[in-house]
Design a protein around this ligand. Structure first.
Ligand code: CP
Length: 314
């Protein structure tokens, strides 16, 4: 695997291998006073973010540092992108400055793919990791969600997972729907018709518009943030109607089977798509997802920069 741009880059064996590697990193660091492995000493990892982020950017930085890489963070607002430098020139500049891995978040779908092409024009470039491109994909989020589901549910095979909310604008939904299907889960998308993408009939999922009817019998429900920033000021149904019909309230939590769990990729809009107390309930895995994000991203960096033949945790 040269880059991680899409969950299409992952077959079931590769994905399970990455989940196993993430758990090995977690175990290796457990209880250590100094959380530092020599795995990526001498390697340079750069993050290039054109959109805001807390979880993804921080967890990649922590992952790199825990593996002794040199980590450089570049944000569009404080870089020469703010002076008008193109994405291509920025990416090629970071390659020339010594990036071994380039972790990219950008509002345009396909930006990470394009950067992988540009930075390989003159021979081998850095490993490019898609940290979220527009409404397209967020593959490391899907991997950390799969890790969380596997830890909480055991196997993903045959599990029924509901993904609820603003599917239209969600790269998390697209990556999760496809990766979960690859791993043998049944995915049901629950959303108003206005928040479903046109091509959803080609996804390996069921579709429902009725949350109350869907919740009984699912093993997990993944609640998505409503991405108002991608709606150009319009939002239908209204925020109030959305919250009433699709918000995971305390009442709806009681419709779930006793051992069903609640995921949210964050950031959460409490009181909108998820109830305040639901987000803090023992069924919610939100902070476990964040912790898993660090170990998952260690596994991805290890796989791309070192390969599969060596032990990442030695
Ligand atoms: N889940 C996620 O991508 O969160 P951030 O936008 O904070 O990185």
């Amino acid at each position: 695997m040269r880059h991680l741009l899409s969950v299409d880059d992952l077959d079931a064996a590769t994905a399970h291998g990455l989940l196993d590697e993430a758990e090995r990193f977690e175990q290796a660091l457990l209880g250590r006073e100094v959380r530092k492995l020599p795995t990526l000493r001498g390697r340079t990892v750069m993050t290039l973010f054109y959109e805001n982020s807390t979880r993804t950017r921080v967890s990649f930085e922590v992952a790199g540092k825990w593996m002794s890489a040199d980590v450089i963070n570049v944000s569009a607002s404080s870089s020469s992108a703010g002076k008008g430098e193109s994405l291509r020139d920025t990416a090629k500049t970071l390659r020339a400055a010594g990036a071994d891995a380039l972790i990219v978040r950008h509002p345009a779908s396909g930006a990470a793919h394009q950067i992988a092409r540009w930075t390989s024009e003159d021979g081998d470039g850095p490993a490019v990791i898609n940290a979220g491109d527009g409404t397209h994909e967020h593959p490391t989020q899907a991997l950390l969600d799969a890790l969380t589901l596997r830890q909480r549910l055991g196997s993903l095979e045959g599990r029924r997972i509901a993904i609820v909310g603003d599917i239209l604008h969600s790269r998390v939904a697209r990556s999760n729907a496809h990766l979960l299907a690859t791993l043998g889960a049944q995915v049901v998308l629950v959303a108003p018709p206005t928040l479903l993408p046109v091509g959803v009939s080609g996804w390996p999922v069921e579709v429902s518009h009725h949350l109350d009817a869907t919740l009984p019998g699912v093993d997990a429900v993944m609640v998505l943030r409503v991405q108002a920033e991608r709606m150009n000021g319009g939002f239908f149904p209204s925020a109030r109607e959305y919250s009433i019909r699709y918000g995971l309230s305390e009442r709806r939590l009681a419709l779930l089977d006793d051992d069903a769990i609640v995921l949210h990729p964050g950031p959460m809009l409490r009181g909108m798509e998820i109830g305040f107390s639901v987000a803090d309930s023992p069924r919610a895995t939100v902070l476990q997802q964040v912790s898993n994000g660090v170990h998952m991203r260690m596994a991805v960096l290890f796989r791309l920069l070192v390969g599969t033949d060596e032990e990442g945790v030695s």
